[in-house]
Design a protein around this ligand. Sequence first.
Ligand code: E9O
Length: 606
Amino acid sequence: HGLLYPKDSPTREIKSLDGVWNFRAQPSLDPEQGFREKWFDHPLQSTGDVIDMPVPSSFNDITTDPSLRDFAGWVWYDREFYAPSAWSDSRVFLRFGSAHYTALVWLNGQEVLQHSGGHLPFETDVSGTLQLGAANRLTVALNNTLGPTTIPQGAWNWIKEDDIYPAGSFDMSYTFDFFNYAGIHRPVTLYTVPKSLHVADVKVTTIGVAQDYSSATIQYEVNVATDTDDFQCHVQLLEQDGTVAAEQDGCTGTITLAENPHLWWPYLMNEEYGYLYTFRVDATNSQESDQYNENIGIRSVFWDDNSFKINHQPFYFRGFGRHEDSNFRGKGLDLPLVTKDYNLIRWTGANSYRTSHYPYAEELMDFADRNGIVIIDECPGVNLEGFKPELLANHLTVMDELVARDKNHPSVVMWSIGNEPRSEVPEAKDYFIKVANHTRSIDPSRPVTLVMFRPFDQDQGGYSVDIVSINRYYGWYSQTGQIDLIANAVEQDIRNWRTKFNKPVLVTEYGADTIHGFHEVPSTIFTEEYQTDLMRENFKAFDNTKEDGILIGEMIWNFADFMTVQEYKRVWGNRKGIFTRDRHPKASAHILRDRYWKLAQDEGLP
Ligand code: E9O
């Protein structure tokens, strides 16, 4: 079964279970209590005090309770809902967009789902458990604890009990800086499909775009879940205005659009950026049929040792590293924020971003498709270390789940198998070659990158990749405050990576923490002037290496300020945003905007 995004259609109905749920955190001294007392067997309310918790949202910033903000362990959610009796002719699936990190799910006291991994969807058929025409109770136990083999990794430690710290004191640490927000982060949905057959998965790949754009070919594969083999598929490709561009029978096949197809173009590369077709599938047997409508874009991605191209044209990434992060909601899906962010991205003239450092909500990916924003799709393998077989197994699974979810998004042009691994150790080489090759085997249509940060001569991860991505902080984490040393160092460094691995190079991070409203001339660190000075020096290095055909893109760290773990090096989070956490522009937003629009103009605006 695939993990198609739940959409309604003439044959499918959707019911959202988002809203205010009951919630209870399980004190760390007795993590088993909820399981021992079978909290999933009764309304959570009957087990003791519950509080209101919105879904989707992180739970950390919702209350005033400090122990909940930095909580580690099990939390419990439940809610009641009705399922209409009209659903008796359907199968019903229960789907979570994501829940961080390990989830157990019960429906009416019966365990129906388990999932580990905080950023990808999971679902199951609940037809047998759901009570139609009656009330149902859905219970979720969720654990945000990270360990040595989870992706990403972390450590949960009891603090030794002594005369200073009471029993039950603990801390949780992790290898990355962003705050480990937890909760049911994305929509919870029930959806129906016909009983005897349904479209379980659809995969559509562009396999050819003519050099003169006069024609294009896509290949498709529809997976139908059914018990019999007397069924057929009818597929239609619909233009944005609804007219039929092509149609044919068959659950697998190719379609060639021979008369000037509408290609999917990145933002500012063509007037018709973000053009989407609807790929409509009707699966039918003698009794009933099911329809699913997938949005697809027709575009080619090409890469070799010297170039990266979309629709045969060199593509230079003008972009951002980002986070899913905001006040109150933490990492919970927030559509007003998502929409605002896309408007700000377009305002800067950017054409791309990386989903640093985990897969973002499916709703964001759809926005990227529609807005022509190009995505480097990153798995949650951030700052990995140790490289043990069990970690590798989980890493391959998360790549499977990520590619399964995002394979049809035209915006996704590259997979990132990790960010800043401790890849100077020899075992990193083999580890990342395995992850990269596995990713290529499930999706040969996109290149693979790994984002590296060790010195180029020590790194072992780069042997695995098609595109070398590097994070560079001259003037910040090294030679702090020395603006004059930046340009040459960055340029030389880019050239060194190119020489070592002989692949196109992408700078996926550079930047400086900046408190908006701090000003100083000459600039000193944390002022808005320092951030802009540092950027201008980096730009010099980018221009020189771009001209030599080495650099294929630049992404500033970060789009917006974001929350981190509490530590004395961070003042209310990581402040490298060019927007504040509330999305107010710093001076840097304006100079980035000038540069990105200038780069777009040099390429020739449509
Ligand atoms: C990853 C990103 O998630 N790169 C980090 C970003 C940062 O601002 C973080 O938010 O810290 C930068 C890594 C730079 C490593 C330099 C190490 C120098 C040690 C003194």
